[in-house]
Design a protein around this ligand. Structure first.
Ligand SMILES: Nc1c(NC[C@H](O)[C@H](O)[C@H](O)CO)[nH]c(=O)[nH]c1=O
Ligand SMILES: CC(=O)[C@@H](O)COP(=O)(O)O
Length: 140
């Protein structure tokens, strides 16, 4: 059994609840423990995961968030930079699944947050578990 930290950017309450439901379900189905940490937005997720990595308390991480396009270039910044920060941590060896959905509108987000539809929360948890398992394999 491993211990995972879900780091959620609680920008859209109802969508986050759906993503968390999928992520927690996948972790529990695989027999793993989990805790959840909430940050203001997707841009804060990589920093929060970095701090958690330094604590040495967790075996893997699931990033959960929703970025919906608005009127300005900020969508590209939030979507791109949160992904870039997570990728950098992954390349440093952290087991992370990225469940930050980036959509054009709420309808697209609902389809991806719903665990009975595209289940992106569960998908991200499964990716984190796979990366954890890979790390265990290479650690010998
Ligand atoms: N517009 C969205 C944001 N914006 C907030 C940023 O993530 C960040 O918290 C702020 O710029 C302060 O550093 N965050 C989301 O998660 N989703 C959005 O749609
Ligand atoms: C993804 C965003 O940053 C977005 O919610 C912000 O909306 P806007 O670009 O209209 O300020």
């Amino acid at each position: 059994m491993a211990k995972f930290l879900i780091v959620e950017a609680r920008f859209y309450e109802h969508l986050n609840d759906m993503l968390l439901d999928g992520a927690r379900g996948a972790l529990e189905a695989a027999g793993h423990e989990h805790e959840t940490l909430t940050v203001p937005g997707a841009l804060e997720i990589p920093g929060a995961i970095s701090l958690a990595i330094d604590s040495g308390e967790y075996d893997g991480y699931v990033a959960i968030g929703v970025v919906i396009r608005g009127e300005t270039y900020h969508f590209e910044i939030v979507a791109g930079e949160s992904a870039r920060g997570i990728m950098a941590l992954t390349m440093d060896g952290a087991a992370i699944g990225n469940g930050i959905i980036t959509t054009e509108d709420e309808e697209q987000a609902l389809a991806r947050a719903d665990k009975t539809r595209k289940n992106k929360g569960g998908e991200a948890a499964a990716a984190a578990i796979a990366m954890y398992d890979l790390g265990q394999k290479f650690a010998g």
